[in-house]
Design a protein around this ligand. Structure first.
Ligand SMILES: [Zn+2]
Ligand SMILES: [Zn+2]
Length: 255
């Protein structure tokens, strides 16, 4: 069984929708570290062993520097941060560069640091789960993930425009229970979706329509102010599908 707690699944901040992307798998692994991470209290933060990143956009890494600073000194082991090699390079160059934030791969010492950065190429085994990067198209180094456990799996699109290779991977894999899909914009904002390399309602609806009926579609990353319209449009286009529009903090289990 895979347990998923959507600490953050909003596409921005504002009002009650202020928790950007951060998904807790089990108790000690998160995908992305947006402002959703602030839902956790300090003891919960201190047991996070692994942070697996889809990409380095700010809404997905905003709380990573703060996590290391707040929780690492309470632990005996470094916090391990994983991503595509290009994503890790971006963190080294632009975030943990001793200008924006300290280089915690050398603090307190190089031999026993607070943080370790690691690249994922094909597969990564974490806490009984296998993480496999999936293709994404977002204009910068980015990926989704397939997370497998006990013969079942869930797929995360990450931030992406329509990416045929992602959907191909999902449909070829017979173990997928759910797809966590970004849908940033309603149909009235297709132009902005295109420019920003995100998906809009028409794209997401047609892709969900092609999924086997037993695969649950979980819609995330709706941009602030457009949440209700996106939900209404998707429900209208997909009357026979079970769609999940989670709120931050919601827990889902699969398998
Ligand atoms: Zn992004
Ligand atoms: Zn994003």
């Amino acid at each position: 069984m895979i347990s998923l707690r959507l600490l953050g699944c909003n596409g921005g901040i504002g009002g009650s929708h202020r928790q950007t992307t951060c998904y807790l798998l089990g108790e000690s692994t998160i995908i992305d570290s947006g402002t959703g991470l602030t839902i956790l209290d300090l003891p919960e933060l201190a047991v996070i062993d692994h942070v697996v990143l889809t990409h380095a956009h700010f809404d997905h890494i905003a709380c990573l520097p703060l996590l290391i600073d707040s929780a690492a000194a309470l632990r005996n082991e470094p916090i391990k941060v994983w991503g595509l090699s290009e994503v890790i390079e971006i963190l080294e160059t632009h975030i943990f560069n001793d200008l924006i934030w300290p280089d915690f791969t050398k603090i307190p010492t190089e031999s026993a640091p607070f943080m370790v950065l690691g690249s994922i190429s094909e597969h990564l085994e974490i806490a009984g789960m296998t993480f496999t990067p999936l293709p994404a198209r977002h204009g910068i180094p980015a990926c989704g993930y397939l997370v497998e456990k006990d013969g079942q799996s869930i797929a995360f699109s990450g931030d992406t425009e329509d990416c045929p290779l992602f959907w191909e991977s999902v449909s070829l894999n017979g173990t997928v229970q759910a797809v966590i899909i970004e849908c940033s914009y309603p149909s009235t904002m297709s132009e902005l979706a295109k420019i920003s390399m995100h998906m809009d309602v028409p794209t997401v609806a047609s892709r969900i329509n092609e999924l086997p009926i037993n695969v649950t579609a979980v819609i995330v990353h709706r941009k602030p102010g457009w949440e209700s319209l996106i939900e209404a449009e998707l429900r209208e286009r997909l009357p026979n599908r079970e769609l999940v529009f989670p709120e931050p903090g919601d827990e889902l289990t699969f398998g």
